[in-house]
Ligand binder design. Structure first.
Ligand SMILES: [Zn+2]
Length: 294
C-alpha cells in the first residue's frame, strides 16, 4: 500500500508516494499546475462564479443549491452541471494543466448537488429530449461530462465522490460502473474531525472496495490535534493497510503537517510495538521508511 498526501501546498514531501494538490477550490480560486503532482480540480462548486452571475446556480423546487438555503443541506454552492459556458471554463482549465509535466488530474464535485437538482429550464429541456428517466438522464449527463474531461487530461485520471456507495447514482448522478471505464483509480474521501470512532471508515472502505471496478485510494483528514486523536488516526491507517487499497492519502494543511505525521509515527514506540505485535506488515514498511527520513 502506498501512502500519500492531499495538500494545499504546491510541493512534494519526502516519505510520501502520492501527492495530490488542490489547485481549484470550492471558493473558485484556481492555481497553476505543479510538476509531478496529481492535480485535484473542483468542477461545479464555485462560490465566486455564482456571486458574479447568480443565474448559473443549480436549482430545485426547494430553491437554489446554496449553503445558505436551509431547505437543502449542502456544504458548498453548486453551479448547474449542464451549463455549457461553465463546463467549457472547467474543461479549458483541465486542459491548461497539461502545460506542466503533471502526474495527472483528479476531478472533484463534478456531479449534481442532490437528487432533486437540477430543474433549471435547460436541464428540464435536456431531460425531456433524452427520453430517459430522471436518474438515468442525470447519470448520463455526468458521465458524458467526465468523458469530455478525460480527453483533456494528461496523465493519470481519477475522480473523487461523495462517499455514498448505495445512493450515489440517484442522488448525484454518479454511475460508478460507467465511470470505472474512464478512470485509472477512484479517490474516496472519508474526512472527519478525528477518527476516535472509526467503524464507519472500515465499513465504507469495504463497501467501496466491493463495488468499484478500478483501484481505489482512501483519503483521511491528517490534522494532528492531540495525542489521543493522533494515535486514532495512525491506527485507522494501519487497519486500512490490511485492505486491498492502492493507497491511503492524508489531507494536510501544509508540508509541515505531513512531516509531523511521519515524525509522530516514527517516535511513538507504543504505536510501533502495536504494529509489530499485530503484524501490520504494510504499515510497518511505511513507518520504517519514514524512520530513515525523520
Ligand atoms: Zn440545470
Amino acid at each position: 500500500m502506498k501512502i500519500g498526501l492531499v495538500t494545499y501546498a504546491p510541493e512534494k514531501v519526502e516519505g510520501y508516494d502520492i501527492h495530490v494538490y488542490y489547485s481549484k477550490s470550492v471558493d473558485g480560486k484556481a492555481c497553476p499546475p505543479v510538476k509531478d503532482m496529481q492535480i485535484d480540480v473542483t468542477c461545479f462548486c464555485d462560490a465566486q462564479a455564482i456571486r458574479e452571475d447568480p443565474t448559473i446556480v443549480a436549482v430545485s423546487k426547494n430553491g437554489p443549491a446554496l449553503r445558505k438555503n436551509r431547505k437543502a443541506n449542502l456544504a458548498f454552492d453548486y453551479v448547474c452541471p449542464t451549463n455549457p459556458i461553465y463546463q467549457a471554463k472547467v474543461l479549458d482549465y483541465v486542459e491548461s494543466l497539461g502545460k506542466e509535466k503533471i502526474q495527472g488530474v483528479t476531478l472533484n464535485l463534478y456531479h449534481f448537488p442532490e437528487q432533486e437538482f437540477c430543474t433549471c429550464p435547460r436541464c428540464m429541456e435536456l431531460w425531456r429530449k433524452s427520453g430517459l428517466n430522471w436518474t438515468e438522464w442525470r447519470a448520463q449527463a455526468i458521465t458524458s461530462f467526465l468523458k469530455e474531461a478525460k480527453t483533456r487530461v494528461k496523465g493519470t485520471f481519477a475522480v473523487e465522490m461523495f462517499p455514498d456507495p448505495l445512493m450515489a447514482k440517484e442522488r448525484f448522478g454518479i454511475d460508478f460502473d460507467a465511470i470505472a471505464e474512464l478512470v485509472d483509480y477512484f479517490h474516496v474521501p472519508l474526512s472527519a474531525r478525528d477518527y476516535t470512532t472509526n467503524y464507519w471508515v472500515d465499513l465504507l472502505t469495504r463497501d467501496f472496495l466491493k463495488i468499484l471496478k478500478k483501484p481505489m485510494v482512501v483519503e483521511l483528514s491528517g490534522e494532528m490535534l492531540n495525542d489521543e486523536k493522533s494515535v486514532a488516526l495512525m491506527k485507522i491507517v494501519a487497519y486500512l493497510s490490511r485492505h486491498d487499497l492502492m493507497g491511503v492519502l492524508l489531507l494536510v494543511h501544509d508540508s509541515e503537517n505531513a512531516r509531523q505525521i511521519a515524525r509522530y509515527a516514527v517516535n511513538n514506540n507504543e504505536y510501533r510495538e502495536w504494529l509489530n505485535k499485530n503484524e501490520f506488515t504494510a504499515m510497518n514498511r511505511i513507518v520504517d521508511k519514514w524512520a530513515k527520513l525523520y
